[in-house]
Design a protein around this ligand. Structure first.
Ligand code: THU
Length: 161
């Protein structure tokens, strides 16, 4: 028997410690929560992606009466970015969420598994690490790449013979 211990590096920042560009990106993610369509969960998520050329795009969760037809903020944003700017790598993705009382979460919003997988595809597609910033009022988590959110991940390389 052997052990495999995987270490994950996360930096925790206060909002004031972020660079001006990251503050603006986080502001865009927070602002995007206000455009969420979440009549079922009342959980409003916003995401903002800064592309390699500096363009910032944002998106929010969009729900549906047929629940699985809805989509998370992260995938809404990444699919929009990738479809509008297919030649631009996503350099940083910022995510924020508000609860049903309209308050931003204290702890950093943890992206769901499906969104982590889509983040990985985006990173792999552009062959460039994608930084992730997760907003919490008590601290903002920074991960230098999607690997920190999805260890032992499945990507196309697993299918190569
Ligand atoms: N949601 C997101 O948009 N992103 C996350 O990281 C977690 C969950 C959405 C999906 C659904 O609209 C609502 O939050 C409750 O799960």
């Amino acid at each position: 028997m052997k052990d495999l211990n995987i270490e994950i590096a996360i930096k925790i920042y206060t909002y004031d410690e972020l660079t001006t560009a990251d503050q603006a990106l986080m502001d865009a993610a927070c602002e995007a929560t206000r455009r969420s369509y979440a009549p079922y969960s009342h959980f409003s998520v916003g995401a903002a992606a800064r592309l390699a050329n500096g363009t910032v795009v944002s998106g929010s969760n969009q729900e549906n009466a047929a629940y699985p037809s809805g989509l998370c903020a992260e995938r809404t944003t990444l699919f929009y970015a990738n479809s509008q700017y297919p030649d631009q790598a996503v350099e940083t993705l910022a995510v924020a969420a508000r609860n049903e009382r309209g308050e931003f979460l204290e702890e950093p919003i943890p992206p769901c598994g499906a969104c982590r997988q889509v983040m990985l595809e985006t990173q792999t597609r552009y062959n460039r690490p994608m930084r992730i910033l997760l907003y919490g009022t008590k601290g903002i988590y920074e991960m230098k790449s999607v690997g920190a959110l999805l260890p032992l991940s499945f990507d196309a390389s697993a299918m190569e013979v």
